[in-house]
Design a protein around this ligand. Structure first.
Ligand SMILES: C[S@@+](CC[C@H](N)C(=O)[O-])C[C@H]1O[C@@H](n2cnc3c(N)ncnc32)[C@H](O)[C@@H]1O
Length: 326
């Protein structure tokens, strides 16, 4: 499979480092929880794995069919949310896997297509739904109250002027195009034309994270991975945002027997009531200078990985609450 050509549309961030973290042995079964344009899946197939790949975006699944045909029966594509990857696998008779990788966030394809409504640079419908179903960004922005919008912008976009932006959005309603929303944000933040960083960046990111429930999905996905990895199985997670990375870091720290809160200013950790489900995580990996120069998107990427122990997965009730303690 090593002869498969690289897909020129996509340069997957930290691809070699992810394959190294998964430590694939030929014939093993691995999950690519975020198929996208299939960059990781190609590399995993080339390393000899059987791959089950999942994406919630029907376009990603449709465009991946060509790779399924090239893969000699070693690739299965599933449309669905990785927060329920264990159920999606069980439906196909798979109870345990050797590795699972998550590449969190939006794909280049989603960003590049104006009609998907993720981009503030190209005008399109104000959509932002990865799964192409449910409430769109326009639906939400046109019905939510000002305080709710401000909270989303502040928490998911680190937008310090969230109240000012939320007020401007509410005053400009109804909104239906990404171009309109970007203009409202730029005006609210008095953006001088040609300034290097577009002030719409943070708000667009925040609205996208909210519309797709991305942080809740990340927690659910980590917990599902804990349930489906065999003892000795490998987990690798690439994230692009400090809030996401904190969730991954806290989850791995907690599940490997450390204090999920991880602050010396907090009270001493309560002794762990349950056996660790992961060995202590590997050191985090960041892209090298060459990758950052080649691919600006790589600049904010962090890879974290860990190996599953044989301890039972933690019970469902505690998972969401404890993993989110960040
Ligand atoms: C950063 S891209 C992945 C790129 C991929 N690693 C590659 O090499 O082409 C993230 C992908 O994950 C998908 N995605 C995001 N959240 C998801 C979720 N909760 N369940 C399933 N897929 C999800 C998005 O639709 C998108 O296609």
């Amino acid at each position: 499979m090593s002869e498969l050509p690289r897909d020129p549309r996509h340069d997957p961030v930290l691809r070699d480092e992810v394959v190294a973290a998964l430590a694939i042995m030929p014939g093993e079964r691995h999950v690519d929880a975020t198929f996208g344009a299939g960059g990781y899946t190609r590399a995993m197939l080339a390393a000899g794995a059987e791959v089950i790949a999942c994406d919630r975006d029907p376009d990603a699944i449709a465009e991946g069919q060509a790779l399924v045909e090239e893969s000699d029966g070693r690739l299965t594509l599933i449309e669905g949310r990785f927060g329920e990857i264990d159920r999606l696998l069980a439906e196909r008779g798979i109870e345990a896997v050797d590795g699972i990788v998550f590449d969190i966030g939006v794909s280049s394809m989603q960003l590049d297509r104006a009609d998907r409504g993720f981009s503030f640079q190209a005008d399109g419908p104000l959509d932002m739904r990865m799964a192409q179903s449910g409430e769109s960004a326009a639906d939400w922005l046109n019905r939510a109250d000002e305080g709710e919008i401000a909270d989303v912008l502040y928490h998911y976009g680190d937008e310090r002027q969230s109240r000012r932006v939320a007020r401007a959005i509410v005053a400009a309603r109804p909104l239906s195009r990404t171009g309109e929303l970007a203009a409202v944000i730029r005006k609210a933040l008095r953006h001088p034309p040609g300034a290097p960083k577009d002030p719409a960046t943070k708000s667009f990111q925040a609205i996208r994270i909210h519309i797709n429930g991305e942080l809740e999905e990340l927690v659910a996905g980590l917990c599902a991975a804990e349930r489906v990895l065999r003892p000795g199985g490998r987990l690798a997670v690439v994230s692009f945002h400090s809030t996401e990375d904190r969730i991954v870091k806290n989850f791995l720290r907690e599940r490997s027997g450390g204090d999920a809160r991880g602050s010396r200013h907090r009270p001493a950790p309560v002794p762990l009531a349950r056996a660790a489900t992961f060995h202590p995580p590997a050191r985090k990996v960041r892209p090298g200078k060459a990758e950052e120069a080649r691919n600006p998107r790589a600049r904010s990427a962090t890879l974290r990985s860990a190996v599953r122990t044989s301890a039972p997965a933690w019970p469902a009730d505690d998972r969401m609450k404890e993993a989110m303690s960040c």
